[in-house]
Design a binder for this molecule. Structure first.
Ligand SMILES: [Zn+2]
Length: 154
């Protein structure tokens, strides 16, 4: 069969037959042409209801964690510790954080929680130091966040 080069409205014969018999084309979209599945969600609704409930970086407002992530360690959510330089930190324990980065190697030097090593947590937006991630070989990791560097949800 020789393809017609003179006909600019060259229609695939099969599709034309389907159109004539059923009144509609069966559209066979080639892959990768940018046409989506047609399933779209509206993310704005979910975001606005959840947004207010985030605990945020006090400096830049970046969402850091959520009140439901609060946990107790050694019988308490909040702890006050001094670092080797004598600076006092009041930290709260949280199961997980969002929008944060972890910095540096994990170390167990001067760890405030027995059996845990730690690394620094910083804000993913403004890079402020927000706390420490505590890691244990036998227990779940958790995040100790410096409470006066966070805002509470209203
Ligand atoms: Zn920040």
């Amino acid at each position: 069969m020789t393809p017609s080069t003179s006909d600019p409205f060259n229609v695939e014969p099969l599709n034309l037959i389907l159109y004539l018999e059923t009144g509609c084309f069966l559209l066979r979209t080639p892959p990768g042409d940018g046409i989506g599945t047609g399933i779209e969600t509206d993310p704005s609704e979910a975001e606005t209801t959840e947004d207010k409930e985030f605990i945020r970086c006090r400096k830049c407002g970046n969402p850091v964690t959520h009140p439901s992530e609060r946990i107790s360690m050694d019988g308490s959510h909040a702890h006050t510790f001094a670092n080797p330089g004598g600076i006092l930190y009041e930290i709260g324990c949280f199961r997980s954080v969002v929008g944060c980065g972890y910095m540096g190697p994990t170390t167990d030097d001067f760890s405030w929680f027995k059996g845990y090593s730690w690394k620094v947590i910083y804000c993913g937006k403004c890079s402020d130091h927000l706390g420490w991630l505590f890691i244990s070989p036998v227990n779940d990791p958790f995040n100790g966040l410096i409470l006066d560097r966070l805002t509470d949800p209203e």
